[in-house]
Design a protein around this ligand. Sequence first.
Ligand SMILES: NC(=O)c1ccc[n+]([C@@H]2O[C@H](COP(=O)([O-])OP(=O)(O)OC[C@H]3O[C@@H](n4cnc5c(N)ncnc54)[C@H](OP(=O)(O)O)[C@@H]3O)[C@@H](O)[C@H]2O)c1
Length: 184
Amino acid sequence: MLKFNLIVAVCENFGIGFKGNLPWNLKSELKYFSRTTKRVCDPSKRNVVIMGRNTYMGVPPSKRPLPDRLNIVLSTTMSAADLPKEVLLCRSLNEAMETIESPEWCKQVENVWIVGGSRVYAEAMDSERFHRLYLTKIHEKFECDTFFPEIPDCFKEIPLDEHTPDGIQEEDGIKYEYKILEKQ
Ligand SMILES: NC(=O)c1ccc[n+]([C@@H]2O[C@H](COP(=O)([O-])OP(=O)(O)OC[C@H]3O[C@@H](n4cnc5c(N)ncnc54)[C@H](OP(=O)(O)O)[C@@H]3O)[C@@H](O)[C@H]2O)c1
């Protein structure tokens, strides 16, 4: 069964979004997101990013679809005509995973990343397909209207991989650090 990873940046009050956007502006963190979700071992393949409708629409039009990755948008109200033709529209997370596992896509895909928002994260953390949570903990409180679900106790921190910067990072006076969690 194809597994997926989650990637998210969360502030101290567990917020992830405000008015359709990220509550902060951390360029290095965005670069980490981009690098991490793009990285493949087999250069003939690419990764998938799965996101809810609001997350996709919150990406500036000039930056979407997210480049070098197969973008899948989850929505029950959009039609395929609302999206560029290279973006796949799926009606559920299950449908998205079944699509990626189909003969048409499975040979082209390496890793699957769940990139938000709230409901997609909650469903994904509950799934037997869940592998790892790549979590950026931002050591500050921001005004938010969208929140990350509670992380279950059985999710434990594992050592960082060689691609993830260790220790406290800082940008414009905002401190944050990278963590990787796995279900025990
Ligand atoms: N900090 C971070 O790392 C991070 C990451 C991602 C997003 N964000 C922020 O979070 C906010 C967006 O998140 P959000 O929670 O409001 O919205 P979202 O999950 O991106 O989008 C919600 C919509 O997606 C569709 N959807 C979600 N789960 C689905 C499922 N399982 N099956 C079918 N459709 C599904 C539904 O669309 P329909 O109503 O059309 O059915 C739902 O109304 C933004 O502010 C964004 O910037 C932050």
